[in-house]
Design a protein around this ligand. Structure first.
Ligand SMILES: Cc1cc2nc3c(=O)[nH]c(=O)nc-3n(C[C@H](O)[C@H](O)[C@H](O)COP(=O)(O)OP(=O)(O)OC[C@H]3O[C@@H](n4cnc5c(N)ncnc54)[C@H](O)[C@@H]3O)c2cc1C
Length: 405
């Protein structure tokens, strides 16, 4: 006869707890597990791979073509680390399609493409500056006004976001981490010797906590008596079932960004038998709780109008439109730092262009948690800069071309 069943004791003490398993949290769990193995716990409030956050789609643009040297400095190690994750998993995550940045000459002020080309030259990143005629000769899919110019960089492409998250989680488990989904963190209390993380299943303790809560970041910070000026918007991308498949496969057609006041971007066929495009910051302000999953019609109309003018064969019947959340500090730069006053709590706020850096940020977060320092250049992304601490800091993300895909 079987004896009385023993209740297995749930382990509650860890070296590091990661809160939120989206793009950045799953990467942090992986890099932490490589060094701390079983002493890592990662908690996700919904099912892994859910679609309520920012990271679940087939593709996110990755590129080195930034006007800002701070981002170029991150892009270089980001490519290397994605490659390392691909090597360890055997799963391809980055697809290099080449990338075209496009603009009407003289419309982007200090952020025009000549500054971008200059920053890339200084960083030794090969690129080509192209006229409208040269672009249309190489990619006749584009219909461009004569005063358009472009910058082509061959290493640009896409990261398969959905796969990347799943790969980070799988490898984190391989290295011994415990991943718990459908378990929300209700509050966080930090003490001089550790951090308490309260869930509906009780309190977990860790020497260090990493917050990667995306659009829910302020909910998590509220238990530390903090609220940051993060704006959450509901954005969308549309997949078009173009009949012109051969014109838009990744070997023939690059990712592209139309840099303008109304900024659009797009992808070759990938993940679906369809092209994909969207408008940057085309959506409305929401919260993680008030957002809907209903696409915004005017945003779609603006996108289709742009594509009709400049990439008519890219269009086809709408396959579907997927909504998604942006979470932006007022200067649209990342935060990746210890929470001021809480040295055992590290946070990453993604600024709605972080996926290309997800695995790098996971590595940086693991170093900040385990070593209290990192050698990667994150000085511009501190939590005590005016954009985060000065309530009068005016948001810039809607009134200039931010160039941040
Ligand atoms: C339409 C769109 C296009 C984009 N395009 C690009 C691009 O081309 N290139 C690029 O680099 N970036 C792009 N981005 C931005 C990029 O996708 C995000 O920066 C990145 O995905 C953010 O990841 P995250 O982990 O911070 O957030 P999320 O993926 O949202 O993860 C946060 C997670 O934390 C969990 N969580 C929150 N609170 C709790 C809690 N209390 N307890 C437990 N779990 C919790 C949430 O459920 C969620 O799973 C785009 C974003 C969107 C929306």
């Amino acid at each position: 006869m079987a004896g009385p069943r023993r209740k297995t004791r749930v382990r509650t003490d860890y070296e590091v707890i990661v809160v939120g398993c989206g793009g950045l949290g799953s990467a942090a769990a992986y890099w932490l597990a490589r060094r701390a193995g079983k002493d890592v716990l990662a908690l996700e409030q919904f099912s892994l791979g859910h679609e309520r956050g920012s990271s679940q789609d087939h593709s996110r643009i990755i590129r080195r073509s930034y006007h800002n040297p701070d981002y170029i400095a991150l892009a270089v190690p980001a490519y290397d680390l994605w490659h390392e994750v691909e090597e360890e998993s055997g799963v391809q995550l980055v697809v290099k399609t080449g990338g075209l940045d496009l603009e009407r000459i003289g419309t982007n002020g200090i952020k025009d493409l000549s500054h971008c080309a200059e920053a890339m030259t200084v960083a030794g990143i090969p690129h080509e500056e192209l006229s409208a005629a040269e672009i249309m000769y190489r990619w006749p899919q584009f219909h461009l006004p004569d005063d358009t110019r472009g910058l082509f960089q061959a290493d640009s492409g896409l990261v398969d976001a959905r796969k990347a998250n799943a790969v980070h989680i799988a490898l984190a488990r391989l290295h011994g981490a415990t991943i718990r989904d459908n378990l929300a963190v209700e509050s966080i209390q930090s003490h001089p010797d550790g951090v308490d993380v309260t869930t509906s299943e009780g309190v977990f303790h860790a020497a260090h906590v990493v917050l990667t809560g995306g659009a829910w970041t302020n909910n998590l910070l509220s238990s530390l008596d903090l609220r940051w000026p993060l704006t959450v918007t509901q954005e969308q991308v549309t997949y078009f079932a173009t009949p012109h498949l051969r014109d838009f496969t990744p070997d023939r057609f690059p990712i592209w960004i139309w840099r303008a006041q109304e900024e659009f971007y797009g992808f070759p066929i990938y993940g679906e038998v369809a092209t994909k495009a969207g408008q940057d910051v085309g959506g409305h302000e929401v919260t993680a709780e008030t957002r809907t999953f209903i696409p915004d019609e005017p945003t779609k109309v603006r996108l289709v109008r742009f594509l009709q003018q400049h990439l008519p064969r890219f269009l086809g019947p709408e396959l579907f439109t997927r909504t998604c959340l942006y979470t932006m500090p007022p200067d649209r730069h990342f935060v990746i730092d210890a929470v001021p006053g809480h040295p055992r709590v590290t946070v990453a706020a993604d600024a709605a262009h972080a996926f290309k850096f997800a695995t790098l940020f996971g590595r940086i977060l693991s170093e900040l948690a385990l070593d209290a320092r990192t050698t990667y250049p994150i000085a511009p992304f501190t939590a005590d800069r005016p954009a985060i601490t000065d309530p009068t800091f005016a948001p810039i993300f809607r009134n200039e071309a931010v160039l941040s895909r």
